[in-house]
Ligand binder design. Structure first.
Ligand code: SAM
Ligand code: TMP
Ligand code: ZN
Length: 405
């Protein structure tokens, strides 16, 4: 019986996405050989309820010098993190010698406003090029994997932190026990650990199965996070649900007894119970919806190809690796994917080998249909690409079901 990565309990598999590549490993078109594949499958722990991948990909295959995701690419996300930074500056970072550490600080999208305010900060992120970008903006950053030993090195060099923040990163880290031991060592007695990640509740509600890929090792709920924190003398004291990236929850964790849990925690736990988020049957039903979406998307794209329509995709997201490889999409069904990230352009998508072009290719000329892989940025993208629909173009979305707009 497979074991839970966090508590050792029995893990039950609920959906198998088959053979998948590394979601962010965009390839040079003439160097396709030797591509790495693994089996992407998701399961739930019967003891602590944590939903997680059945197989772990070695971390340095995913996060390295050439990791191509730059957080500052989205205007909406820049605003979201600026707001987050201002909140910390106004609340938790007002005492003497305030200090904030960010795990997975990437290109410095959140720490920028902290650095500009002259407050002591440190980013920790293992990916070389993105951390270099952060340093070039004046943000203090260590290029390293955060884990217990790294946390102890930070304490020795910099002292303890008032706030440890992480966005879209803690769910990427299979070795959560080491993270929580590190957090417990690094926090000041009344410090807080705040992290936000895609929420299982939204993934199930929207059938957004493409949130499941190599880097998203865990799909959190408040219940699973609270169980985890308690094993390390920590307590879940607040939760906040918001809409970015298709639905996320921000969890606030403090030392047990240091802060009174807010009513929002019990409220979300009750809602999760009512929705059966810790029940296998809920995830099995989700799996049936995934299979239906896969079948509908393949049917639609095949029909459009047979009718001679041009279909391109928009946003070479990590998420799209799961969709493309589950559905067997290739350049015969999707001509190219456009994306603003220079590090992805002129490469091909992992596993599915669809060419990636810059955003200018989108309007040269407009296709008949655009498959919106970056559906989590739909408002931002539809607003700036209004001309596409004025030209008769249609967007294809596949969550919560396959439809065009
Ligand atoms: N926080 C940014 C955001 O929300 O846009 C970046 C998110 S990005 C999807 C995940 C980041 O986590 C990457 O920059 C990756 O290098 C970093 N990462 C992965 N494992 C890590 C670890 N053990 N410690 C610190 N950062 C890690
Ligand atoms: P994400 O869903 O992981 O944030 O990735 C979004 C991808 O979409 C990333 O490669 C950048 C790209 N993108 C565009 O090409 N145009 C846009 O307007 C936005 C917001 C993102
Ligand atoms: Zn468990």
């Amino acid at each position: 019986m497979p074991e839970c990565r966090t508590c050792g309990g029995a893990l039950t598999e609920v959906y198998d996405f088959g053979r998948q590549p590394l979601s962010d490993a965009f390839l040079e078109p003439d160097k396709l050989e030797g591509e790495f594949f693994y089996r992407l499958a998701v399961g739930m722990c019967g003891a602590c309820t944590m939903v997680q991948l059945m197989e772990e990909v070695p971390r340095d295959k995913m996060f390295h010098e050439d990791y191509p995701y730059y957080s500052s690419g989205s205007e909406v996300m820049r605003k979201h993190f600026e707001h987050t930074a201002r909140d910390f500056l106004d609340t938790e970072l007002t005492g003497p010698d305030p200090f904030i550490v960010e795990i997975g600080s990437n290109d410095g999208v959140m720490l920028k406003a902290i650095a500009d305010a002259g407050v002591k900060h440190l980013g920790v992120d293992p990916s070389g090029a993105v951390t270099e970008r952060a340093r070039s903006k004046g943000i203090r950053t260590r290029t390293a994997f955060f884990e217990e030993s790294e946390a102890l090195a930070v304490v020795a060099a910099e002292g303890n932190a008032d706030v440890i923040f992480a966005a879209n990163t803690i769910c990427h880290i299979p070795y959560l026990d080491s993270i929580f031991r590190g957090v417990a060592a690094l926090l000041k007695p009344n410090g807080i650990f705040v992290f936000e990640d895609p929420y299982l509740g939204d993934i199930v509600e929207r059938a957004s199965f493409d949130q499941i890929y190599d880097e998203h090792f865990y799909l959190f709920t408040a219940r699973a996070v609270r169980n985890m924190a308690r094993r390390f003398g920590l307590e879940l004291v607040d939760v906040e649900h918001f809409g970015v990236h298709g639905g996320e929850v921000r969890y606030t964790i403090a030392r047990q007894g240091a802060r009174e849990p807010k009513p929002a925690v019990e409220e979300l736990l009750a809602e999760e119970d009512a929705r059966g988020l810790a029940q296998l049957s809920t995830l099995e039903e989700f799996g049936l919806r995934v299979t239906a979406i896969k079948d509908d998307l393949v049917t639609l794209l095949t029909k459009l190809r047979d009718e001679g329509k041009r279909v391109v995709a928009y946003g070479a997201t990590a998420k799209s690796a799961t969709v493309a490889n589950l559905c067997g999409l290739g350049p015969d069904l999707v001509e190219f994917v456009c994306d603003i990230t220079p590090q992805k352009q002129n490469r091909v998508t992992p596993g599915s080998h669809i060419p990636v072009r810059g955003p200018e290719a989108f309007r040269d000329p407009y296709p008949d249909y655009a498959l919106l892989f970056a559906w989590n940025h739909a408002d931002e993208i539809l607003a700036k690409e209004q001309e596409f629909r004025r030209n008769g173009g249609k967007w294809i979305l596949y969550v919560p079901d396959v439809h065009t707009v």
